[in-house]
Design a protein around this ligand. Sequence first.
Ligand code: NDP
Length: 450
Amino acid sequence: MTLPTPKAHLQSVADTVAGRSAAEPEFLQAVREVLDTLEPVLAQRPEFIEAGILDRLVEPERQLIFRVPWTDDAGRVRVNRGYRVQFNSALGPYKGGLRFHPTVNLSVVKFLGFEQIFKNALTSQRIGGGKGGSDFDPSGKSDAEVMRFCQSFMTELVHHIGEHTDIPAGDIGVGGREIGYLFGQYRRITQRYEAGVLTGKGVGWGGAEVRTEATGYGAVFFAEEMLLRAGEGIEGRRAIVSGSGNVATYAIEKVQQLGGTAVTASDSSGYIVDEAGIDVELLKQIKEVERARISEYAERRSSARFVSSGSVWQVPGELAFPCATQNELDVDDARALIAGGVRAVAEGANMPTTPEAVELFQAAGVLFAPGKAANAGGVATSALEMSQNAARSRWDRQTSESRLHDIMRDVHASAYEASVRYGRPGDYVLGANSAAFETVAQAMLEQGVI
Ligand code: NDP
């Protein structure tokens, strides 16, 4: 059998996916971004072409779509759509979050699940990739409505998950409250206290210390590693952060702990600029406790202003952490950030930077960390939560944060080393994709055609 060249093989995989998933733009974007970087790996490892690794990797092992009926506070029956995409389990049980947001559809869940395979491989924690969610919108719903929705969602999901099968966690719209309701229903239906079936649990009942903070902290640790390699640091630097949810809040907190100043936060209604540095406790009070809009922050703090239109990336800063959602930072934003003197960009969110904007950053010599490496701290800490659940142990905060820090150093090192090995030192997109792909592909190769 004559093998196609790496380039021809990549094109053929891309064409197949484009044909099969024409109506899934986010998924196609995520696949293309990976395929675009793998030619050097395939040139050195033709056995991956021969074994059809990529042809299999781009097709989920299983996709579930289900009806989620629930009753609102007025007694009206509502129906949402639930998803779980079990993408790849070559390295371990499927692992990945649940997103509750009106924009959730199969394309979004598949893009997130595909990215998750690579991210999880980079953590070295032996977990496969999956993702799920619903088009349910928790904002403006009462706690009782959120609880009834979560119970209905779990009534179907329970058939497909388990500590050795598939372990969901949080994502946009799914935090500690939702994980609690989901776990309660799982326990009630199965009559089993299987703590390792969900991560992001409350620390009093099986959750890990620092899991809440892990994704945001991890993204800042990754940025710090990139800067340290270049002989620089975070101290004294001004950071622009988007979002005001789980990832953004703790990215801001860690920037400030390391001596930087984060001056922005945002939500879907606009952004705030606080030249004195974001008051993290006030931000948590408004977003986590009161679940209010970000404009409220400016109402309560004289050094802050609220901007309801335009982009947060117009605010100049040396560090940028996109921590809200996909495709939130485009070429115009990248141009503005570069003009404002940005030195490093680390993606806290999944795929927040458009491909054209990534190219601009790289061409301008800006250190750029893709989400699958920079935001891997969340899932890595989830894997540590699973280990603690299995061992019925609990680590203290200091141990947990120091394990997270070590993992982020390792993720950085393997992405950087792969970028050197494949001829583009400092290209973390190529490095992260190549290092992760090699790990998953080798496991698939050894496990046969399944
Ligand atoms: P949260 O729900 O806690 O916060 C999301 C934030 O982003 C909110 O401020 C929200 O504003 C804003 N946002 C969401 N969608 C949009 C939109 N379409 N337009 C503008 N703003 C929007 O989610 P997380 O912080 O957990 O997740 C943020 C990102 O990080 C996502 O890309 C997620 O996939 C990624 N991620 C999360 C991990 C985790 O551990 N939680 C792990 C790895 C990645 P509003 O409230 O107005 O909607």
